[in-house]
Write a protein of this length. Structure first.
Lengths: 136, 136, 136
């Protein structure tokens, strides 16, 4: 079994943003030469995350970020953390810091509308993402 | 190491619903003949997800779906996506589109009350779930 | 490829609490002698979960638990489950019952501020966590 790790760079431009990294993950899979297996996409930051969602209509991303803002408001008089980004930490734990995608015949097994997104919750920042490809 | 993929079919009957797929996942593990390893249960849809929760009292599922509805209301005048299912996309990212379960001595390593659920957030629809069994 | 499973014990002291288990996960990785691979940290309970978040300022944990309480209030007249812990079941599905962390050169690949937490949502209780280390 092969195990290959690779690091991606992501630059975000707003406080909250979802950046489609599917193409970079696909490139890592091709480079690793794995035909059957899986890939883990891991975010090493605590105010960001990784998710899979629709990439057809950009309004979906807008609405997902909006719904997260409303479920976890940035301003909360009971928050104690001095950096003022406790909402971002909470969203990170809700969305999660990694996703796994299966690989079949050298390609990502994703649904028609699925893309892998890096989720920025406290940007803009320069971020990185770790990709591990495993398989045969 | 063995890697076996299999596709399950799930038909949902309501807009939101949690369908217990544990038996089908167990069947895939038996068929793959894996004794030690893990199984990934992946949902290729962007308005649905996979979770693990209690299967003893059906009221738990009712309450989880209700609490998600209240945390992410369907109706929001600021949503832009024309299909009117942005709540479902958001729940998909919150609950997540996959779960992994360990396998020991050919059986799923689940707690006493745990079951694997397909979560429908924009049904009723005909859906599918991808199961990958890995191990030895 | 090696696969090693191990069980950790966690005792919680409040209804909601996040317990840093990073050191115990690192010990399991060392014991398994895996240099490259990954570790799955799995919670076999339906009113608890596993997440990765900041371990530098304890106020972050306070604020994450508070924001979860507000997004999913404990008291809800429409909840049906008689045990009164439907909020805990919901948080379990939102945060998720497992995390995966990559291993490189025998060490966990975590960001500077990241720690692995057991999340108690219905304590205090005596809990356990299953750790599976895989790799070479």
């Amino acid at each position: 079994m092969k195990i290959a790790q690779r690091e991606l760079r992501v630059s975000t431009r707003s406080r909250t943003e979802m950046v489609d990294v599917t193409g970079q993950v696909e490139a890592a899979v091709r480079e690793a030469g794995v035909q059957d297996g899986d890939v883990i996409v891991f975010c090493p930051h605590t105010t960001a995350g990784i998710t899979i969602n629709e990439n057809a209509d950009p309004d979906v991303v807008h609405d997902v970020l909006l719904a997260l803002d409303e479920a976890v408001p940035r301003s909360n008089s009971r928050f104690r953390h001095a950096e003022g980004n406790s909402d971002a930490h909470t969203k990170s734990s809700l969305v999660g810091c990694s996703e796994q995608v299966l690989i079949r015949e050298g390609r990502l097994v994703l649904g028609t509308w699925q893309a892998v997104y890096f989720c920025e919750f406290d940007g803009p920042r320069s971020r990185h993402v770790i990709v591990q490809v495993r398989g045969e």
